[in-house]
Design a protein around this ligand. Structure first.
Ligand SMILES: CCCCCCCC/C=C\CCCCCCCC(=O)OC[C@H](COP(=O)(O)O[C@@H]1[C@H](O)[C@H](OP(=O)(O)O)[C@@H](O)[C@H](O)[C@H]1O)OC(=O)CCCCCCC/C=C\CCCCCCCC
Ligand SMILES: Nc1ccn([C@@H]2O[C@H](COP(=O)(O)O)[C@@H](O)[C@H]2O)c(=O)n1
Ligand SMILES: [Mg+2]
Ligand SMILES: [Mg+2]
Length: 225
């Protein structure tokens, strides 16, 4: 949903910055790499210590690079297969660090085995959700579904509520200590629903493609091709 509605807005906002970087000779791949390194560093340096506010600030500053790199590639007419591969692969690394950092918090000083398990489920299910699309497309299917909770939703829900949890822990704002567990449960359930939606779609598309291919083979066989 965010990908559909918010992308156009952020494209407009970030286009001048992307053009500026291109003028300075920065490449889209450099932005992809630095952005991922920043997200990973922010997540693993701050989240395991329970520093949700500063962790979220650093991650937010770098995560927008994922919208800037593609924008730069398109503006420069340099969208490439390698760039698409690098972008998607490093998305998985960044997501691993965000949820890995939170899982380390709950496994350590956060001391909550249930939330540690829920966070690991968020990490694993998010990666599998993305894999369903990549694998479905690799076997020649359109995978014509986004699903309830795509990557942008997973990130926005987690980062906004992590930021709020940070307000509680860093500035003592009361009443918002419960929002991070809520975010993790929402992302976990949403990712499971999304996984089911995508599997159902791939199952239907695969059956349709196989039936079409079988019919084509029968026609070819009858006409002696
Ligand atoms: C009072 C409140 C205090 C709280 C403080 C918190 C502050 C921080 C709050 C939030 C900021 C979070 C914003 C995070 C936005 C990140 C979005 C993003 O990076 O999306 C990436 C995505 C790129 O798409 P790709 O095509 O490159 O990725 C594909 C995707 O990963 C697929 O995965 P799947 O979906 O299948 O699981 C893969 O299959 C595929 O391989 C891969 O290529 O971009 C989008 O999706 C576009 C939509 C972006 C929507 C952004 C909405 C931001 C909303 C709120 C922002 C809040 C404003 C904060 C201002 C900060 C200013 C610096
Ligand atoms: N280093 C890069 C990064 C991205 N691309 C191209 O952009 C597409 C992704 O666009 P986003 O707006 O989602 O970042 C990707 O599929 C590539 O075509 C690139 O070429 N090089
Ligand atoms: Mg990108
Ligand atoms: Mg990306």
């Amino acid at each position: 949903m965010l990908n559909k509605y918010a992308r156009a807005f952020f494209t407009r906002v970030l286009t001048p910055f992307a053009a500026f970087l291109l003028r300075k000779g920065v490449s889209p791949d450099t932005v992809t790499l630095i952005g991922t390194a920043g997200v990973v560093a922010g997540a693993l340096a701050f989240y395991p210590q329970g520093q949700f506010f500063w962790g979220t600030v650093v991650i937010t500053l770098f995560v927008f690079s994922d919208l800037v790199d593609g924008n730069m590639a398109r503006q420069a007419g340099r969208s490439s297969r390698w760039g698409a591969f690098l972008d998607s692969t490093l998305d998985r690394v960044a997501d691993g660090a965000v949820f890995g950092g939170l899982a380390l918090w709950y496994a350590g000083k956060g001391d909550n085995l249930v939330l540690c398990a829920v966070t690991i489920f968020c990490l694993a299910s998010g990666q599998v959700v993305s894999y369903t699309k990549a694998r479905g497309e690799a076997i020649g299917l359109p995978v014509n579904v986004s699903g309830l909770v795509e990557r942008s939703e997973r990130l926005v829900i987690t980062l906004v509520l992590c930021g709020l949890a940070g307000f509680h822990r860093t500035f003592g704002v009361p009443g918002i200590q419960y929002v991070l567990p809520v975010a993790l449960w929402v992302v976990a359930v949403g990712s499971l629903v999304t996984l089911i939606q995508r599997m159902v779609t791939v199952h239907r598309e695969a059956a349709e493609a196989d039936a079409l291919q079988a019919a084509q083979q029968r026609t070819d066989h009858r006409s002696g091709v």
